[in-house]
Ligand binder design. Sequence first.
Ligand code: NAD
Ligand code: IPM
Ligand code: MN
Length: 361
Amino acid sequence: MEKRIVLLPGDGIGKEIIYSAKKVLQVIAERFNHSFGFIEKQIGGSAIDEFNTPLPKETLEACQRADAVLLGAVGGPKWDSLPAEIRPERGLLKIRKELGLFANLRPVKGFSALIHASPLKEEIIKDSDLLIVRELTGGLYFGQPSERRNNGEAVVDTLYYEKNEIERIVEKAFQFAQMRKKRLTSVDKANVLESSKMWREIVNEKSKNYPDVTVEHMYVDAASMKLITNPSSFDVIVTENMFGDILSDEASVLTGSLGMLPSASTRSDSFGLYEPVHGSAPDIAGKGVANPLGMILSAALMLRYSFGLDKEATIIEEAVNETLIEGYHTPDLQIENGKIVTTDEVTSIIADKVAEGIFSK
Ligand code: NAD
Ligand code: IPM
Ligand code: MN
């Protein structure tokens, strides 16, 4: 049966890297006789320009009918002065909310060829392999409507969670911990925030159902320090929406570039929206130099989580690994004696490896 995949290029480098993912998926489809149908729709600034809204109805409806969605990135200076309600980023928040994608999985695992690409020392990053489970449809991003008050002299943003929203993300995180190294770090600010206190209570309560998982609580300020001084002490991290946003960009430093990190925005069924962790990178957009690996690895996550195609996902990840070992990389990365190539060139090298059949085990 054909899998319907909606492509949302978005803005900036999103428009470049999305085709890298599509190309690799087309090679997978051909090699393994899968049928992938691609439908392209607008989101973000491009949608504002064409339809006056960052999330047109037809885009949302196409996603609702699809088996999975691939998203590049949204935003850019052209739309920065618009009111928050109609900014490109609002389209992204809205699509996550409308599709009920409460669990954002952000795996952070470096490739061996990139061990010297990070500014951190090799001995610090060498055994790091962690998963950030970020709550995605609540918290500070989705509280009571933000507003300016007192004639613009005051402002309010609220952090609001309902108990069930915390419970379901915490359960997800425990389940992933069980499948991994059975260690869960819950990151919060329980020394200050009431929402974090409730978060902690729920983690402690849920931990009774997962006796094989070791739980630790950590304040977000200390966690951000430990993430780059002792990253291998983490297995699964579960945290509130904004904490997870910030910690994941920080964690990308372990891998050598923000352009490396994939993510899966998921819910309780197999549907998912797959997006790299980075943004639209206006500083390099249009130059053909964006790193497409986070996007390509997001497509691999789609195959694994939404379509149950684990072997195909592994083949893509291996092709990326092999490409880096051979030294091919975009300018955001550093590999000793490596060769700097463009977005399209590195994509073709990976696609050829995916097609070659050398990873058939
Ligand atoms: P950014 O992630 O776009 O870029 C941060 C830095 O990382 C830049 O120097 C950029 O060149 C570099 N970078 C990011 N991805 C890269 C890649 N694939 N290859 C090479 N270098 C890469 O963050 P920003 O500059 O703070 O934000 C730019 C715009 O993107 C803003 O409008 C922001 O709101 C938006 N944004 C969107 C998403 C998303 O759509 N998921 C995520 C983050 C930021
Ligand atoms: C991300 C981005 C988004 C977020 C922005 C663009 C709304 O930073 O996906 O990490 O904060 O969730
Ligand atoms: Mn972010």
